[in-house]
Design a protein around this ligand. Structure first.
Ligand SMILES: [Cu+2]
Length: 687
């Protein structure tokens, strides 16, 4: 929307206020009240309430009795979102004893929250040929209000269902998936509006926050995260070019809202093209930023940029968290966000200024990448290591903000390290943030990319080198100092999904990609309870109460980026539960590279076979020199096979059903990856 139009809307809404035309009564006073209150019996929005704190005041399950926790029920969602292309990262919502949950296929189910019995089901029928999902088919959750459930779909539609029946009430197309857009984040409902982000940062899109009328689905306003000519921030893009119009800056996750200040807050993702900054000189606002807008009108209020001129895919992808605290004896209104950089950014939410301190420090330069002179370094501790070690075969390696060009350069954290989509809860009892992190190094390389509507536009790559260990951390960060209160190393990556929830019972609940669901002591991090769910437990849990009984729920359906086992189950636990654990699923990979047996003489490799979308089968083969190997994509989305030795060979992008043959004449070991999905690995041993 052009600025003048936004201004006109603002003028009209002010006028209607003056004339007494604005509605005085909220459209859904009960939901608004729950959204403004500490989380109790019901869990009515993705982050629990408007703060995204994920802090439940329920205490029936606590540190003294959590050891007795067992499964109250487990319901499998009829195969929805079950398979290799999906992740299951949604938090179920609960209201008046009914649970609502959405899967990676955008299907929604209403279940009896006490028994797990089906009440209704909505099957999205979404087009299975959508090819513009960057990071797996996933939906991070729902919002509710005015008797409706709201969610975004992978085809960039926002949909409202009748909460009683699951029937579609309205559907609004924000954009077309064919142009690279999609929606994976849970929207936020408050006071008659539905706020939704949009994804597509790997496809040259123009990010935005859209506010829709909850009753009708009409778009009330949109605020572009990439400035048009003359807009605030346009001076941070090269003058006279239109690079900002395809600069990504999408919104992955649920906004937060402060009703007293009247502001809506959200985190903005990476710049596009991700790894090529050569043509977009400047800081590139509002990529990788926290932004505050007036909640009613979408008018800009403040921003804070976490990474200037991002070339590392350092999205701000985790939801922002609002909290109130005392600093130097003064009450302060805070906002925090955990970044892929490994830092938590802690700001004053009234003005966007650092609450504890963030220093601009000079960083190493690469003129061809037009790197920013300085980068923000938060005072305090990072939750993951921020330097890469060297490895044989790599000339270049460095720490965070190390620049790179066309020679692969090892940098830690990688663009899928630190905290990615996983939410970070906050407990007012401990004053801690609970931060999930992924420890992973990538080899970053820039190459050129031409912009074509709806095609990948990333300008480079980052793959974890073969043999590189991958793990995680789970850290309590003290909100008053931004320092580590306690930290545990985790065997698996946990920053790319999952997340946790904290309670007034002194517990932190969180899942692991190996299927275990854990309860920790919120003060010390000590593990108090562990339960094997049988599926990758990579979704943020929720806490609720029905008929005086407290329950803890988690969706268990795996996660592509963390390599966990897929599933379609919701597990619910209580002190009266009777269900025991299931057998563990296959363990996630902890070292980068191809896995599985070596097939002797196999010259036909299928991509995405057996419902394992992001895979080569066989992943390892031994052939004689001179053998021609045929790669066939039998998966649902485009893939390729590309030599890790740059420029040596590639199949090019293969859509479903396409094949390409490559002849290997020289003996040696060949490793390859899929360029858009660099966590797919293959190996060909040529003898
Ligand atoms: Cu792929």
């Amino acid at each position: 929307m052009p600025r003048y139009f936004q201004r006109t809307l603002l003028f009209l809404s002010t006028l209607s206020l003056l004339l007494g035309l604005a509605p005085i009564v909220a459209a859904d006073p009960e939901i608004d009240r729950l959204l403004r209150s500490p989380i109790g019996r019901d869990w009515v929005t993705n982050g629990g309430n408007l703060t995204n704190q994920r802090y439940s005041t329920l205490t029936q399950i606590n540190t003294t009795n959590v050891k007795q926790l067992k499964g109250a029920w487990m319901t499998r969602l009829k195969g929805s979102g079950l398979g290799g292309k999906y992740s299951f990262e949604a938090s179920p919502l609960v209201k008046d004893g009914i649970m609502y949950v959405i899967t990676g296929n955008d299907d929604v189910f209403a279940l009896d929250a006490k028994t797990g019995a089906f009440i209704w089901e909505y099957w999205s029928g979404i087009n299975q040929t959508i090819s513009t999902a960057c990071c797996g088919w996933v939906n991070r959750g729902l919002a509710m209000g005015e008797g409706l459930l709201f969610f975004g779909q992978l085809d960039a539609n926002v949909v409202a269902l009748d909460m009683k029946t699951g029937k579609v009430v309205w559907r609004t197309a924000i954009e077309k998936w064919q142009s690279g857009y999609g929606i994976t984040g849970a929207p936020l409902y408050y006071d008659g509006l539905v706020y939704s982000g949009i994804t597509g940062g790997e496809f040259g899109v123009r990010g935005r926050l859209t506010a829709l009328d909850a009753k009708t689905g009409e778009i009330k306003w949109r605020w572009y995260t990439l400035p048009g000519p003359g807009d605030i921030g346009s001076e941070t893009w090269p003058a006279g070019t239109d690079h900002a119009m395809r600069g990504g800056a999408t919104i992955w996750n649920t906004p937060a809202l402060d009703p007293e200040l009247g502001l809506v807050y959200f985190a903005v993702g990476n710049c596009g093209p991700d790894y090529d900054g050569s043509m977009r000189e400047g800081d590139n606002l509002f990529c990788t930023s926290i932004v505050a807008l007036k909640a009613k009108t979408g008018e800009y209020v403040w921003h804070f940029q976490q990474v200037h001129h991002d070339i590392w895919d350092y999205d701000a992808a985790s939801p922002v968290v609002l909290f109130d605290t005392m600093i130097n004896g003064e009450p302060r209104k805070g906002i925090a966000e955990a970044g892929r950089t490994g830092w938590v950014y802690i700001l004053d939410r009234t003005n966007g200024k650092p609450l504890i301190g963030i220093e601009e420090r000079p960083v190493r330069q690469e003129p061809r990448q037009k790197t920013a002179q300085t980068q923000p370094y938060p005072v305090g501790d990072a939750v993951v290591p921020q330097c890469s070690e060297g490895l044989p075969g790599y000339e270049n390696f460095g720490c965070i903000f190390e620049p790179f060009w066309e020679t692969p350069t090892l940098i830690q954290p990688s663009g899928v390290g630190g905290t990615n989509w996983s939410p970070m809860p906050y407990s007012p009892d401990t004053g801690y943030f609970y931060v999930p992190g992924t420890v992973r190094t990538s080899a970053f390389t820039r190459y050129g990319d031409k912009y074509v509507v709806g095609k990948r536009y990333v300008g480079g790559t980052q793959a974890a080198p073969i043999g590189m260990p991958m793990s995680g951390t789970f850290t309590a960060i003290d909100s008053r100092t931004n320092k580590i209160a306690w930290q545990y190393k985790t065997p698996y990556r946990i920053g790319g999904g999952g997340g946790s929830t904290v309670t007034a019972g002194g517990l932190v609940f969180r899942g692991e990609p190996d299927g275990n669901f854990l309860a920790l002591d919120a003060k010390t991090g000590e593990e108090l309870w562990r339960f094997q769910t049988g599926f990758g437990a990579d979704a943020p849990p929720v806490v609720y109460e029905v008929d005086g009984e407290q329950f803890v729920a988690v969706a268990t359906g795996g996660n592509q980026l963390q390599g966990s086992a897929y599933g379609d189950a919701v597990w619910v636990f209580s002190l009266k539960g009777q269900l025991g654990p299931l057998w563990p699923p296959p363990q996630p990979q902890t070292v980068a590279g191809p896995i599985g047996p070596i097939a002797a003489g196999a010259d036909s490799i299928k991509i995405g076979d057996q419902n394992v979308e992001y895979s080569y089968l066989p992943a390892r083969t031994r052939i004689k020199a001179g053998t021609t190997v045929t790669f066939t994509n039998v998966g649902d989305i485009p893939h390729d096979a590309t030599s890790l030795k740059q420029g040596e060979w590639t199949t090019g992008s293969l859509t479903k059903g396409e094949s390409k043959s490559v002849t290997f004449s020289t003996p040696g070991i060949q490793y390859y990856i899929c360029t858009p999905h660099p966590w797919m690995y293959g190996q060909i041993i040529v003898e």
